[in-house]
Write a protein that binds this ligand. Structure first.
Ligand SMILES: [Zn+2]
Length: 370
C-alpha cells in the first residue's frame, strides 16, 4: 500500500499522497457522470460539456475528501498529535498519525471533525445548487457534490472502527472501559458492519446488481481488514505499554573482542551462530556494536586488514538503553537505527535487545495467552 502512491502536495508541512486506486475512482466517477448522470438529467447538451462537467465534479469531490482529511490533521496537530502524512485513496482518505491521541476526549475531537467538514461542504454545495444565477447544468454539478459529501459524512459516522464514527465510539468508551477494551468493542462493531456490507454486496451481485454488489463487497472487505489490523495494533501497544528493555533483552550475550579482524569475526562468530550483530568488548568494557551490515560494507581483503574496533559502530553512535527504559521507546529508537540496542547499567553490559528477539518473545507470550 505504501508504495502505490504519489506525492502531490505538501500542506502545512504535511505530505499529501494520492493512492494509485484514486486514479481508478477518478476515471470511474468522471465516466459515470459524463455518460449517465448528466445526460439523463440534461439530454440536450453537447458531449464535451458532459465530460467537462464530469471532470470538474471529480476534481471537486477530490478536494472535498482532501478537506475532510485536512480537518482531522489540523485538529490532531492542535492537540499535539503529529500527522506523518495524508493519503487519499479509493473511497476517502487516511491521515496517518504518528502516535495515538493521548485520551478519549481528544480522539473524539480529532475523529468528529472529518464528518463535520463533509457536512459543511454538503450544505455549501447544496446552497450553490439552489442558486438561481447558475445554469441548471452547473446546479446539477453542485447538487451531486452536496449529495456525495452527505454520503461521505454519513458513511464515516457509522460507529465501525476504523471509520471516524468508530473512533468517536472508541473515544467515548475510552475513559470507562480503557483503551484496549474500547478498541475491541469498536473494532467488533467495525467487523460486523463490514460483514453486513459484504453480505449486501453478495446479495446485490446475485440479484443482478453486479457493479454495486462488487463495490459493497470491496468496501466491506477493506473495512474488515482495517478493523482487524487496528485491533492487533492496539493490543500490541497495550502489551508493550508496561514493559521495559529488561523484560525482553537477551541476557546471555555473545560478544566480540575488539582486537580480532573482521574476517575472523565473520568466520568464527557470525557464520557459526547466525547472529546479526554483536556487542564489542575490550576487556570488561563494552565499546560498540558490530552488525552484519558493517561486515558487508567491507570487501574480502579489507575484512582481513580491519579490526572489529575499526569497523564497529562506537558507543556514541550505537543505540544504548538502560534496563528500565520503556520497551516502546527502545523499539522506536532501534527501528530508526540498526535494529539492535545495547542495554547498559552504569556502563556495564547487562543485555542485548534485538528486533528478532522481541518478536520471538511476543509470539511466545501470545501463544501462552499472557
Ligand atoms: Zn475521516
Amino acid at each position: 500500500m505504501e508504495s502505490a502512491r504519489l506525492q502531490i502536495a505538501r500542506v502545512f508541512g504535511i505530505p499529501v499522497y494520492l493512492h494509485a486506486s484514486w486514479l481508478i475512482i477518478f476515471g470511474l466517477i468522471t465516466w459515470s457522470l459524463a455518460s449517465h448522470y448528466f445526460p439523463a438529467r440534461y439530454p440536450d447538451l453537447p458531449l464535451a460539456s458532459y465530460w467537462a462537467r464530469g471532470l470538474v465534479t471529480s476534481v471537486l469531490f477530490f478536494v472535498s475528501i482532501f478537506l475532510h482529511e485536512m480537518g482531522h490533521a489540523l485538529v490532531a496537530r492542535r492537540y499535539g498529535v503529529k500527522i506523518r502524512s495524508i493519503t487519499l485513496f479509493i473511497f476517502g482518505g487516511v491521515a496517518h498519525m504518528e502516535g495515538e491521541p493521548p485520551d478519549g476526549r481528544t480522539e473524539v475531537r480529532i475523529a468528529a471533525v472529518g464528518p463535520v467538514v463533509s457536512m459543511a461542504l454538503a450544505g455549501f454545495f447544496y446552497l450553490l445548487s439552489t442558486a438561481p444565477v447558475l445554469g441548471p447544468a452547473s446546479r446539477a454539478v453542485y447538487g451531486y457534490l452536496a449529495l456525495i459529501n452527505l454520503v461521505l459524512a454519513l458513511f464515516n459516522l457509522v460507529p465501525a472502527f476504523p471509520l471516524d464514527g468508530g473512533r468517536v465510539l472508541r473515544g467515548l468508551l475510552w475513559s470507562r472501559a480503557g483503551r484496549l477494551r474500547a478498541t475491541r468493542i469498536a473494532a467488533r462493531a467495525g467487523r460486523t458492519f463490514a460483514l453486513l456490507l459484504i453480505g449486501l454486496g453478495v446479495f446485490g451481485f446475485l440479484t443482478g446488481d453486479a457493479v454495486s454488489g462488487i463495490w459493497f463487497a470491496l468496501i466491506g472487505w477493506f473495512l474488515r481488514e482495517a478493523a482487524a489490523g487496528a485491533y492487533h495494533q492496539a493490543r500490541l501497544d497495550e502489551t508493550l505499554a508496561g514493559m521495559t528493555a529488561a523484560d525482553m533483552m537477551l541476557t546471555e550475550v555473545a560478544t566480540l573482542p575488539a582486537h580480532i579482524s573482521v574476517a575472523e569475526a565473520a568466520q568464527q562468530h557470525f557464520l557459526r551462530t547466525g547472529h546479526g550483530g554483536y556487542p564489542v568488548v575490550r576487556g570488561d568494557e563494552v565499546v560498540g556494536v558490530l552488525s552484519l551490515r558493517d561486515v558487508l560494507r567491507l570487501g574480502l581483503e579489507e575484512r582481513e586488514a580491519t579490526s572489529v574496533q575499526g569497523a564497529m559502530k562506537p558507543l556514541s553512535e550505537a543505540v544504548v538503553v538502560r534496563p528500565q527504559t520503556p520497551l516502546r521507546e527502545a523499539l522506536a529508537r532501534m527501528a530508526a537505527g540498526p535494529g539492535r540496542a545495547l542495554v547498559l547499567d552504569d556502563g556495564r553490559l547487562v543485555g542485548f535487545l534485538t528486533l528478532s528477539s522481541v518478536l520471538r518473545h511476543l509470539r511466545v507470550r501470545e501463544a501462552l495467552g499472557d
